[in-house]
Design a protein around this ligand. Structure first.
Ligand SMILES: Cc1cc2nc3c(=O)[nH]c(=O)nc-3n(C[C@H](O)[C@H](O)[C@H](O)COP(=O)(O)OP(=O)(O)OC[C@H]3O[C@@H](n4cnc5c(N)ncnc54)[C@H](O)[C@@H]3O)c2cc1C
Length: 601
């Protein structure tokens, strides 16, 4: 009998949110709320497991009384019991305060498995589930695409940037699921009527702890200093190529070239630290992690801070020379006596080193593994953590401002930590890889002794050849194929077309679902957010769920045979044409543009 607790969050429909530049706030009036799409899949995963193995599914949410509706939808989808943590004391909770309240509720309920969505589409931190695992002292696997229970073993396959990993874990365990885990059922009318009659329990903060300082704003070690608008305002210019394609294509390219020439280069941050405080940049095993750490080191140096490369225990290569070239002035190599490497071991080794040296800040790559390490570490030290920062800068009083997208990239939030060291995970590809004159960084070693834990056991790792996830984070030019491309073969031709001009390839969800492209290539609400200078969309209808992922693309060129397609409403430049002749007509011009973008920006 499995006791499954599923954590769910009520989120606004981020595609409807607008920013008010006068008040610097989001306009929420009239915006519908719904269950976070990943959490809906977590509920379905829990219900499927219950149906197979027996047991009970309890859904838990923290939010205002109106979140009742979301919990009721989980009862209609097959949950047995629903609990809403609702109390004014929870208002203003950041990631840690939220994780604290939810983990206390889970403990009170008792559990064999905690399930949640990999992230919420409004806050986009991916940190709550790792923090909860740490607070519950339980093994963790995030980003699961399948979960199988066999007796007392849970087998979890999860996606990571370069492929898939299979883990085995014994209950109790904490798991987060991604978009691929299932297609949630549509509840029957009978189930909906039954759910209306079922109670949603309301638990106040006092039912979890007598210490109210753990919750809400007082229990939150980070605060949002300000919000600012991050999306580009687009004024579509559409060229109709149905009668004279060569002429329309050449006008289209000229317009793209003109807009690109007007686009400002990336802003250069000029504020520099007056004292070189140490910032630890964690270097973990994995090519995405190592490369991202190197990008971050250059940025830290540029701010006038001391970049310290902290090499995690499971890194086997000698990265001292690479780190120095990327900007590290010091290297701290962590080791553990023995044992299997895991995110838990990395986090606990880092914890001991931080307790000893107390750096100014700790920055960790925002990858699947990096987020597990960061969440565990932050929860264990009760530190503020900004998830998925896309920029860092210095406040004039010397504090570190961590900038992160929120609400589907419709706003950027500037976050400041009240605790020290400041902590953030940093998205891959947001800073250029800089090259410094090779120096001789001081190298120190520290043997740490992480406490033993029953962490999930990695049993298989499959690295996909030519996996494109990382490319998309860094690409300056992306060609995104939609279902209009027509077939797997046609999508493969599009890939050759794109790679031939040095562009990365992305896809819509429909294309990924059809198996023409890997999940890492999906752009949108439940895929990734990209920020190239030029995004070319071909055969894409332009749903809001897709468009959210390209709000931060500087320029969007859309090709579609349907003049009424929504993609023509959110692009900068559009070409109405069948995509095959259009791509031929655009090829030389696009290649030249891609080449000049790579050379100049
Ligand atoms: C909770 C949720 C989350 C979602 N998350 C995402 C997400 O992250 N990313 C995402 O992409 N989607 C997401 N979706 C799905 C999204 O709503 C759309 O269904 C999807 O993006 C449509 O994909 P498409 O544009 O490729 O296909 P279609 O909607 O089928 O559009 C194909 C387009 O191609 C055009 N076309 C056809 N033939 C040609 C031709 N020969 N030449 C030129 N044009 C042609 C058609 O006019 C049409 O506009 C999500 C949906 C939900 C409910």
């Amino acid at each position: 009998m499995l006791r499954i607790v599923v954590l769910v969050k009520m989120v606004p429909d981020v595609s409807q949110l607008r920013f008010n530049p006068e008040t610097n706030t989001l306009i929420r009036e009239g915006v519908k709320n719904a269950i976070n799409p990943f959490d809906r899949r977590a509920v379905e995963a829990g219900v499927i497991m219950k149906e197979k193995e027996g047991g009970q599914v309890v859904t838990v949410s923290m939010g205002p009384p109106s979140a009742d509706e979301v919990l009721r939808s989980t009862l209609a989808a097959g949950a047995d019991r629903a609990v809403l943590l609702t109390d004014p004391a929870f208002a203003g909770s950041d990631t840690l305060a939220t994780s604290t309240a939810l983990s206390m509720a889970v403990r009170r309920l008792g559990f064999d498995m905690v399930l949640g969505g990999v992230s919420s589409v409004d806050a986009e931190t991916s940190q709550v589930i790792p923090e909860i695992a740490q607070l519950l002292e339980a093994p963790l696997v995030t980003n699961a695409r399948s979960i199988e229970v066999n007796g007392s073993t849970i087998t979890v396959v999860r996606d990571f940037e370069e492929g898939t990993e299979t883990y085995e874990v014994e209950p109790p365990a904490v798991l987060s699921v991604n978009e691929k885990i299932n297609h949630p059922r549509i509840p029957s009318e009978e189930a909906r009527v039954k759910a209306v009659q079922m109670p949603v329990e309301r638990w106040p903060a006092s039912s979890l702890s007598s210490d109210m300082s753990l919750f809400g704003a007082s229990g939150s070690p980070t605060f949002v200093k300000s919000l600012f608008d991050a999306s580009y305002q687009r004024r579509p210019v559409i060229f109709d190529g149905r009668n004279d394609l060569p002429s329309a294509a050449s006008k289209c390219l000229a317009e793209v070239g003109r807009l690109l020439a007007e686009a400002p280069s990336e802003a250069v941050d000029m504020s520099r630290a007056t004292e070189p405080k140490p910032v630890w940049v964690v270097v973990m095993a994995g090519s995405q992690e190592a490369r991202t750490a190197q990008e971050v080191m250059g940025k830290v140096r540029g701010l006038g801070l001391t970049a310290v490369a902290v090499i995690a225990p499971d890194v086997v290569e000698d990265l001292v020379a690479d780190s120095a070239k990327a900007g590290a002035e010091e290297v701290l190599r962590l080791s553990v006596p023995s044992g299997t490497p895991s995110a838990f071991v990395d986090a606990m080794a880092l914890r001991q080193a931080i307790e000893r040296d107390r750096p100014f800040a700790v920055l960790i790559p925002s990858t699947v593994k990096g987020r597990e390490v960061a969440g565990r570490l932050a929860a264990s030290l009760r530190l503020g953590l900004t998830g998925d920062a896309t920029d860092i800068s210095l406040h004039r009083r010397g504090d570190l401002i961590q900038v992160k997208p929120a609400f589907g990239g419709s706003v950027m939030a500037e976050v400041i930590s009240k605790t020290s060291p400041r902590m953030a995970t940093v998205r891959p590809g947001v800073f250029p890889l800089l090259s410094f004159a090779p120096g001789q960084p001081s190298v120190r070693s520290l043997e740490t002794k992480p406490s033993a834990s029953a962490d999930a056991k990695l049993v298989l790792r499959t690295v996909r050849m030519g996996s494109r996830g990382g490319d998309l984070d860094r690409a300056k030019v992306i060609i995104c194929g939609g279902f209009g491309v027509g077939s797997l073969e046609a999508f493969q031709s599009l890939e050759s077309y794109a790679t031939g001009m040095g562009a990365a390839v992305a896809a819509t969800r429909k294309v990924v679902d059809a198996g023409w492209a890997p999940p890492q290539a999906q752009v949108g609400l439940t895929g990734r957010s990209v920020h190239p200078l030029l995004m070319v969309e071909v055969g894409v209808s332009g749903s809001a769920n897709h468009y959210i992922g390209l709000r931060r693309a500087r320029l969007v060129l859309s090709v579609n045979s349907d003049p009424e397609a929504s993609s023509f409403r959110y692009c900068d430049v559009g070409l109405v044409s069948d995509l095959v002749p259009a791509l031929d007509a655009l090829e030389d011009g696009l290649r030249n543009l891609a080449f000049s973008i790579e050379r100049t920006k």
